[in-house]
Write a protein that binds this ligand. Structure first.
Ligand code: FAD
Length: 563
């Protein structure tokens, strides 16, 4: 075998042929060969998932050294930041998706794509077991397995209901394109129901009470989109019920958008208050029925119920069953997401990499590194540092671990004076133990980088760069890419670069948190949002479609047909 490698993206070859299983792999059926493939000398790379992490890995991957196969149940990439805009028809669903085959097509060579779901990864035999989405196929069954030399797991995360009764049955989610399309139909449904004859005023009010559980960026953006849709378009089409519409956001924390700078979160709360969007903070939802949401005030323990016409559940993400099963196999069963080292390789598992929302860099290693940085700075072993030394140490830590900066920022501790107060230091010296206490909070809070497209895309791009130079680093270990002499790693560790984040708030206003602790809010920020999101589109086709949709909305309003 040559040193070149095949990148396996949830697909694989066994021997020289693609194999399929007559029944599920667990039934122990013999695999059926459905297609013969030429024995390849290249290493097999299987990639699971075609979201932000998977596609960004595939886009720039040099496939001259690898046989790459991709497995994903959806044959398109979805630009998730615009999903809230799809819920109200500001942007059409087809404008934010790009066929995977368009993204992965290469001038030289081919990346194979299988529209299937990976059911199981077996790291011992280096196989993945998959089921095709398409029921009928030539072999009469829809399961197959693939071998890999390298596996890239980029399957993202799924919605998290925290086992709250009634949520699966009675709430909408906003994770996939289909979810956004369902919400769009459901909003119109509520309006059509509310205008039917024979309803009491109270029934019309209930039908038009839209509740969002979760005051994070997705929940807030949906509330803002819905408010605009109602007030710019629907009130003109359903004038008889326009006074009965209400929107509420239930948030368990004290503020909405609490991962943002507090200026942004209070700007959003004030804007929502002006718009008549009710924000209920400090409530935990206990259960949801088809008509009622039951919740409890966290401070007083008092329970309350509110009727609803439609609920969006948007409270964070959980682990996919495939990832859970894999974590159990490799001894990570007690974790929420896959732990990787800083080179994105799954801990305790050779040749398997994990990216995006399904993974996080193991914090134990980070805490060890941070302790070592302190030890090195504390030259006289006194257990204290001068303020200047302390400042250098913090800068060093932040350069290496941007998530520590995010944590300090969220606690408003970026200013060294505030930080000193928090860790029990004075203006002359800092007790290291005091700071370690603060870091233990950071450790808890920065278990992972934020689950964002930004992190996923950067990880994908980083890993493809590593794969592209793998051969070179093996044949020329002393070359410039070999950063750790004699070490087991050939590449620089992954470092996340935070470019800031946006929160669209409706009424052509947005808030943005940009690098350098710069905060911007209002109409001009909305135009910045338009330009950033237009520029970030994966193709000229989607860019054109998205900008076209925005223009159509300005000229003709949103389409309220329920199709
Ligand atoms: P995903 O993009 O979710 O991709 C996972 C892929 O795996 C999909 O192709 C899926 O079909 C596939 N898959 C799933 N199960 C399997 C399986 N068993 N086998 C094979 N393939 C499988 N982030 C930002 O940075 N900025 C934003 O403005 C922003 N807005 C958002 C708005 C919404 C409504 C949502 C839902 C998310 C938003 N995010 C945003 C977060 C961002 O979308 C995620 O962090 C990002 O999608 C994670 O990328 P990923 O590749 O890990 O997972």
């Amino acid at each position: 075998r040559s040193a070149s490698a095949t990148l396996l993206i949830l697909s694989s070859f066994s021997g020289g042929g693609l194999i399929a299983y007559a029944d599920s792999p667990s039934d122990g059926e013999r695999p059926i060969s459905i297609e013969n493939e030429k024995e390849t000398k290249k290493k097999k790379v299987v990639v699971l998932g075609t979201g932000w992490a998977g596609t960004s890995f595939l886009k720039d991957l040099d496939i001259s050294s690898y046989d790459v196969q991709v497995v994903s149940p959806r044959n398109y990439f979805a630009f998730t930041p615009l999903l809230p805009s799809v819920t109200c028809g500001t942007v059409e669903a087809r404008s934010i998706v790009e066929p995977v085959r368009n993204i992965i097509k290469k001038r030289y060579g081919e990346i194979k794509y299988w529209e299937a779901e990976c059911l199981k990864v077996d790291p011992v035999t280096k196989k993945v077991f998959c089921r095709s989405n398409i029921e009928e196929n030539l072999a009469g069954n829809n399961e197959f397995s693939l071998d890999y030399d390298y596996l890239v797991i980029a399957v993202g995360a799924q919605v998290n209901t925290f086992n709250t009764p009634g949520v699966w049955e009675n709430c909408h989610f906003l994770k996939e394109v289909e979810d956004a399309q369902r919400i769009r139909r459901s909003v119109i449904n509520c309006f059509e129901k509310a205008v039917l004859p024979g309803l009491t005023e109270e029934e019309r009010r209930i039908n038009l009470h839209f509740v969002i559980v979760g005051g994070g960026p997705t929940g807030v953006e949906f509330a803002a989109e819905l408010h605009d849709f109602v007030h710019e378009d629907l009130v003109k089409l359903y004038p008889s019920v326009k006074d009965f519409v209400s929107i509420s956001v239930i948030q368990s924390g004290d503020h909405i958008l609490n991962a943002f700078d507090e200026r942004i979160s209070s700007f959003a709360e004030q804007k929502f208050q002006r718009d008549g969007i009710q924000v209920l903070t400090g409530f935990r939802v206990l259960s949801v029925s088809d008509r009622m949401i039951n919740m409890k005030a966290k401070s007083t323990g008092v329970e309350a119920s509110i009727p609803h016409g439609m609920v969006l559940w948007s409270t964070g993400v959980g682990t996919r069953p495939l990832v859970k099963d894999f974590m159990e196999q490799i001894g990570q069963g007690n974790r929420r997401v896959l732990a990787t080292d800083e080179w994105l390789k799954v801990k305790g598992c050779e040749d398997v990499y994990a990216l995006g929302d399904c993974a996080t860099v193991d914090q134990r290693k980070i805490m060890e590194d941070i302790s070592a940085i302190f030890k090195a700075a504390d030259k006289d072993d006194s257990g204290t540092l001068t303020v200047e030394e302390f400042q250098d140490v913090i800068e060093d830590i932040i350069i290496r671990y941007p998530q520590v900066e995010l944590f300090l920022k969220s606690k408003h501790l970026l200013d060294v004076t505030d930080l000193l107060k928090d860790v029990g230091g004075n203006d002359k010296e800092v007790d290291i133990e005091g700071f370690k206490l603060a870091l233990s909070h950071a450790d808890k809070q920065t278990k992972s980088l934020p689950a964002t497209a930004q992190v996923a895309a950067q990880q994908g791009a980083y890993l493809s760069r590593c794969f592209n130079v793998r051969d070179k680093t093996i044949s020329n270990p002393e070359g410039p890419r070999k950063f750790r002499s004699g070490g087991r790693h050939e590449f620089r560790p992954f470092r996340y670069k935070h470019f800031g984040q946006f929160a669209p708030l409706g009424g052509e206003q947005a808030a943005a948190e940009l690098p350098g602790d710069w905060v911007s809010m209002g109409h001009s920020t909305q135009w910045l949002w338009y330009s950033v999101y237009a520029s970030k589109q994966v193709s000229w086709r989607t860019r054109f479609l998205v900008v076209g949709d925005w223009s159509r909305k300005f000229l003709f309003g949103r389409d309220s047909s329920r199709i």
